[in-house]
Design a protein around this ligand. Structure first.
Ligand code: UD1
Length: 340
């Protein structure tokens, strides 16, 4: 298939571009480079061994989005492009709702005009909210989120479900990611957050490379084995093959819209992840236990059974693989990608 990957220069998007090429698909990328560096593209082309068409514009520009579908022959869309910082979304809710909803709507309307009906959406386990029982299962129907970023994921899942409901040609996979970490095993592409990282793994790897003084663990008094929060970390390479599996499954899907958890089904504590990262780096790393972060849950992990049964996909990389690959990327690129 010829697949349009929105946000294809971003962290998960770039790894998925390579997985698509490896599976024999053609890829077209659209990215506005507001949260990605141009250097990603040359590295993707180097790893893919071929040129990748890249359109640099913002999808809220409906006219250019339409023109893209008019000029490129697109069979399916994988939609990653979005604002994704939870804390910032609390401070700037209107900006988050405007951007994440507008980009999706302009994409959907262009697809409708050009007869493209296959859609894979980058959703998040955040849609399970605070009340879903763990492990999270896809049929939980009280979707909710404690922050505007997460609410945009809930709303877009709804929009896509409604769009598919009135057109029998549409097939939509809603992929709910758990905690993506790791990097391409080459060390050439990886996660490169702007400013201070909000998430655990990029923060930890910046401590290891000397860009941050120490890790603060948010809470040591959770009701878990070691008192620190547990999450379902999933290697970005597994996530990438999950997108390919979902894309290839769309045509045989029995319902028009289907949600899939992409996780491992296992929780790992902050302290365990720190210890695994220390093994990868080969030395101890400085940390302190601080107060809990507001909004954090004690334990979240996936029930990944549906993705295995229906997509034939499961995550295979271990926590040690995730740490080794993250460290290879971070140590080879201490400041992330070079500036444009
Ligand atoms: C967060 C978001 C989630 C989003 C996801 C994207 C919140 C409440 N949730 O998930 O909506 O989809 O990122 O990747 O922000 N931790 C520390 N010290 C740190 C950073 C994190 O101890 O410096 C701990 C956290 O308390 C948590 C674990 O590490 O127990 C993972 O945190 P993080 O990487 O931010 O992911 P989530 O909070 O699970």
């Amino acid at each position: 298939m010829r697949v349009l990957v929105t946000g294809g220069a971003g962290y998960i998007g770039s790894h998925t571009v390579l997985a698509l090429v490896a599976a024999g698909h053609d890829v077209v990328v659209v990215d506005d480079f507001s949260n990605a560096k141009k250097a990603v593209v040359s590295r993707l082309e180097e790893l893919a061994g071929r040129q990748i068409p890249v359109h640099a514009f913002d999808l809220t520009d409906a006219a250019r989005t339409d023109e893209l579908f008019a000029t490129e022959q697109i069979d399916a869309v994988i939609h990653f492009a979005a604002f994704k910082a939870v804390g910032e979304s609390v401070q700037k809710p209107a900006m988050y709702y405007r951007n994440n909803l507008d980009t999706t709507l302009s994409l959907v309307e262009a697809m409708q005009r050009h007869g493209v009906t296959r859609f894979v959406f980058s959703s998040s386990a955040t849609v399970y909210g605070e009340h879903a029982p763990v492990p999270y299962q896809e049929d939980w129907d009280r979707l909710d989120s404690s922050n505007p970023y997460g609410q945009t994921k809930v709303m877009i899942e709804r929009i896509l479900t409604d769009v598919a409901a009135v057109d029998e040609a549409w097939r939509v996979a809603l992929l709910r990611y758990f905690n993506p970490v790791g990097a391409h095993p080459s060390g050439r592409i990886g996660e490169d957050p702007t400013g201070t990282p909000n998430n655990l793994m990029p923060y930890l790897s910046q401590v290891a490379v000397g860009r941050r003084e120490k890790l603060t663990i948010f809470g040591g008094d959770y009701p878990t084995a070691d008192g620190t929060g547990e999450r379902d970390y999933i290697h970005v390479e597994d996530l990438a093959t999950g997108h390919v599996a979902a894309l290839e499954h769309l045509d045989t899907m029995v319902t028009r819209t289907r949600a899939f958890n992409l996780g491992t089904g296992t929780g790992t504590s902050v302290l365990s992840l720190l210890r695994a990262f220390e093994r990868a780096v080969g030395r101890e790393l400085p940390y302190e236990i601080g107060p809990r972060r507001p909004g954090d849950l004690a334990v979240t992990y996936a029930d990944p059974a549906r993705a295995h049964a229906e997509l034939g996909w499961r995550a295979t990389r271990t926590i040690d693989d995730m740490c080794a690959d993250t460290w290879r990327w971070q140590s080879q690129n201490p400041q992330g990608y070079p500036e444009d």
